[in-house]
Design a protein around this ligand. Sequence first.
Ligand code: ATP
Ligand code: MG
Ligand code: MG
Ligand code: MG
Length: 477
Amino acid sequence: MRHTRVKDLLNSTNTLHEVNAKGWVRTFRNNQFIALNDGSTINNIQCVVDFENTSEETLKRITTGAAVSVTGDLVESKGAGQKYEIQVKKLEILGDSDAEKFPMQPKKHSLEFLRENAHLRVRTNAFGAIMRVRSVLSYAVHSYFQQKGFVYVNTPIITGADAEGAGEMFQVTSLPLDNLPKNEEGNIDYKKDFFGKHTNLTVSGQLEGETFAMALGQIYTFGPTFRAENSNTSRHLAEFWMIEPEVAFNNLNDNMDLAEDFIQYVIKYTMEKCADDLKFLEGRLLEEEKSKPQAERSEMALLEKLNFVLENNFKRVSYTEAIDILRDSAPNKKKKFQYIINEWGADLQSEHERYLVEKHFKSPVILFDYPANIKAFYMRLNEDGKTVRAMDILFPGIGEIVGGSQREERFDVLVEKMKVLGIDEEELWWYLDTRRFGSAVHSGFGLGFERLVLFVTGMTNIRDVIPFPRTPQNAEF
Ligand code: ATP
Ligand code: MG
Ligand code: MG
Ligand code: MG
């Protein structure tokens, strides 16, 4: 018999004769009640086993993690909480699970333990919920841009361009590891190993994306990016997904409007589609909060925090204003910043970003007009000659979630900037063509998808919002 997904059974408008559900046992109580989960929803369906007519042998095999098929009537549930349950007439064990050895027994597991079992952690309620939310968020990303007529562009993952990624690029090899070309000193020459060329895994699709925006008008990329980050923070991965829209004829203000509208849309969409999962994640967080001292508890529950972002404009603040605020501040009387900002031109650390968002403005913040020398070469120089039309969007609990800018559209200014920074003009000849032929104002941004999933799920470590996290310690499978 073809099975019906648990979500559809629980949403049924009436009781049903003879349904089949297939899934995995979460718990089995009193030799009678199976909590069955099939991944379609956070909710389990209760299956009431006719234990008098079921063999002892079969009952023993109903263990946590086992795959089972249950057939019976969908009836109204007398127990609290759920509308329906299945009165089981036929039960089949599809796949046994050795209860002694199954690591995902229903108890509180540490997140570290779960990370080591990334292939099984998705069988827990929390990770099931996170992965469904992630999936819906990524659908919302496409939905937003497609509705607005953006063209989805797949920029290359292996690329020769490395102007942006100084020190953070993984190099690609096509040769057997024991046969890499050696230089005169006998050291491996990593510079020539992709069919004799030097290539890297992309750190961003922006430069290629710009060339497409200057033909298609508005484009977006949404793909994997790689950074040889050896920093082990809770916000950095070596492999993450980035969303990068790029729009011709948009200036920095248009770019901020787009980013804000986009973020609000995808959050709203996901809140509507994932209400059960988000409610569950909020409950989980509230439990966690209880074990913290009062002062460290967050002021808003998850859904309240998400609604706040939907209902309030992001505060737009120039870098210069932010520096003035930070110079006169400290997180609180006892605690000072680790890295004290005392002059204009300093790069902000995540402690400063979070201070601005969480303590000072109590709102997401868009910081703009950064000093030119702490930002990338392609950003539009302002008339003051010192700042560029850059913007970062800063979120509570996270810090930077978006980095974007209006791009330098003037050929001469761009080439001059590249010269000063020692960026090889010949290597980027194709990029400079966008400024040679029909150049125009354009802008775009990059949003790290996992940072968005972090925010929406309320999780605190980026390793917990991607199926298989890639970090310096973690690339086994
Ligand atoms: P950070 O300052 O946090 O290191 P960045 O300024 O180096 O970020 P950008 O080059 O501006 O990052 O990339 C655009 C966006 O990609 C960032 O705003 C962030 O959301 C995301 N991002 C950057 N690096 C990572 C990473 N290692 N893991 C996950 N997301 C990242
Ligand atoms: Mg970085
Ligand atoms: Mg940054
Ligand atoms: Mg950035």
